[in-house]
Each structure stands twice: as structure tokens, then as C-alpha cells.
Design a protein around this ligand. Structure first.
Ligand SMILES: NC(=O)c1ccc[n+]([C@@H]2O[C@H](COP(=O)([O-])OP(=O)(O)OC[C@H]3O[C@@H](n4cnc5c(N)ncnc54)[C@H](OP(=O)(O)O)[C@@H]3O)[C@@H](O)[C@H]2O)c1
Length: 250
């Protein structure tokens, strides 16, 4: 007998990390996808690719990610055909730190896209999961959220907000069957970091990061550092005394 397909929603479906997770999910078990993004053509191409890889059904929602009313509407539409088993919230961008220091509108936009928008999506999707008493919500934060650094504290602060928000949802989910998962990738080779690759930065492959996410989400792990070595690196960074940290140019 054919298993009922699991229902998966991905916010920021054009993200390279998200796309590689989706491929793994499509190839591993019968899955239906709701893909949420802002670029219709690219998202339709990703949907077509997922169907070739085994997705039983795909739908696409194109909408604004920043207004609370739009986020509430996206989530309503995403659950219209049935409850979701798995939600991945993946959108974000790497702001130019010096620009954010000079331009408060750029700073606000970076904080919204990387911080409040994912938190509002998490809140809205979690509501349905808590009501149903089931589901796994995966939110992508960053190692940058673990400690503020002069080179990217706007992005880091937004990801720090996501970290705390997810912690709160995890506390709320304790004792229920709802799983809330926070992913903290280290620098990963995706379009977001193309400029870093050109500068010679060492980046993890997107495939390895997606594998960590898919595996950790299946296990319902509360925090996934991807790749795993970043758990140790960030433990050291978080605990460095201020006097040492202040001398570091990071
Ligand atoms: N790559 C890394 O080194 C790294 C490290 C730590 C954490 N992360 C996090 O991982 C997640 C996925 O990033 P990625 O590496 O896969 O990068 P990516 O391929 O560049 O994808 C970024 C995604 O965010 C969307 N996005 C960007 N600005 C947006 C906006 N203003 N409104 C709505 N959507 C917007 C993009 O949509 P469009 O396709 O329409 O632009 C795209 O779907 C992000 O949350 C990122 O912060 C990445």
C-alpha cells in the first residue's frame, strides 16, 4: 500500500541550502511540497525539478516576506490543503555591515529579513503544529548569532533573535510531540557567500550542510551545527574572555 506523502513547506525555497534539503526529502520518501519564495520563475523550476526527483505534488506561493499580514496569509495558504509534517524556514541574506552602520534603512531591512521575518513565520507555523500536537519546524539561524562581532553584528543580531525565539518555542514544545529545530550553519558555499569564495574563504559544501540538516531534522535534534565541527568552534568563541576577543579582527 502506498504511504501517505508527508507534507513539507519551505520558506525561502530558492535558497541553495533549502533546495538541497528538498532534493533529499523528495528522493527519500513520498513528499508533497509547498514552496514559498519571492521569485516565481525560479521557484517553479525548483518545483519541476523536485517532481522529477519523486515529489508527489508541489505548489508555489509567491509573496512578501516582511509584512505580518502577508506572513499570516502565506501560512494560511500553506496549510489549506492539509496539515504540515515538516516546515523549513530558510530565507535570509548577508548584509553589508559598513553600509548598515551608515544607513539605518539598510540596517532595518537586514534585521527584518534575517530576524523578525523568520521569527514571525516560525510563530505562525508553530501555532498549527501546537494545535495539532505534531510536526517538525526547522529554522535556519547561523553561527553568527552565537556572539556579536564587529565584522557582521547586524546579521549576527538578527540571527541571535532567531536563536532566542526558537529557544522559546522549544521550551513551549517541551512535553509535546512538536519538534522545533534550530540550524546554525557555518560559512557555506552558496550564492549568499559567492563574494567570500572569491576572496579565498574556506566554505563547506552545500550538500554536506543539507545532509546535516535533513539528518538532524529527522532526529528532531534541538540544535544542529552544520557542519558539526562548528559546535566546538563556537563554544570556544562564545567563551573567549572579552580581553582576548577584543583583540581579534573577526
Ligand atoms: N551560506 C552561508 O554561509 C550561511 C551561513 C549561515 C547561515 N546561512 C543561512 O542559511 C539560509 C539560506 O541561505 P543560503 O546560504 O542558502 O543562501 P541563498 O542561496 O543566497 O538563499 C537565500 C534565500 O533567502 C531569500 N531572500 C533573501 N533576501 C530576501 C528578502 N528580502 N525577502 C525574501 N527572501 C529573501 C532568497 O530569495 P531570492 O532567491 O529571491 O533572492 C533565497 O531564497 C539563510 O537564512 C542564511 O542566513 C547561510
Amino acid at each position: 500500500m502506498q504511504a501517505t506523502p508527508r507534507r513539507i513547506a519551505i520558506v525561502g525555497a530558492t535558497s541553495s541550502i533549502a533546495e538541497h534539503c528538498a532534493r533529499r526529502w523528495a528522493e527519500s520518501a513520498p513528499s508533497e511540497f509547498v514552496l514559498v519564495a519571492r521569485d516565481a520563475d525560479r521557484t517553479e523550476r525548483i518545483a519541476a525539478d523536485l517532481r522529477v526527483r519523486g515529489a508527489t505534488r508541489t505548489s508555489v506561493i509567491v509573496a512578501d516576506f516582511t509584512r505580518p499580514a502577508s506572513i499570516a496569509d502565506i501560512v494560511r495558504r500553506a496549510v489549506a490543503d492539509g496539515p504540515l509534517d515538516l516546515v523549513l524556514i530558510a530565507h535570509g541574506n548577508l548584509p553589508d555591515q559598513p553600509v548598515c552602520e551608515r544607513d539605518l534603512e539598510a540596517c532595518e531591512s537586514a534585521l527584518v529579513v534575517n530576524g523578525t521575518s523568520p521569527a514571525l513565520f516560525a510563530e505562525a507555523f508553530a501555532a498549527g503544529m501546537f494545535e495539532r500536537g505534531a510536526g517538525t519546524l526547522v529554522v535556519i539561524g547561523s553561527v553568527a548569532g552565537d556572539r556579536g562581532r564587529r565584522s557582521n553584528y547586524v546579521y549576527g543580531a538578527a540571527k541571535g533573535l532567531v536563536t532566542r525565539y526558537v529557544q522559546g518555542l522549544q521550551h513551549r514544545a517541551a512535553g509535546t510531540a512538536v519538534r522545533i529545530v534550530l540550524v546554525k550553519p557555518g560559512p557555506t558555499d552558496t550564492p549568499m557567500t559567492a563574494h567570500l569564495r572569491q576572496q579565498g574563504a574556506k566554505l563547506a559544501s552545500v550538500e554536506s550542510v543539507a545532509a546535516c540538516i535533513v539528518d538532524g531534522a529527522a532526529k528532531g535534534r534541538p540544535v544542529i551545527y552544520a557542519p558539526a565541527k562548528w559546535a566546538l568552534i563556537m563554544m570556544v568563541i562564545r567563551h573567549l574572555p572579552k580581553v582576548v576577543f577584543d583583540r581579534m579582527n573577526i
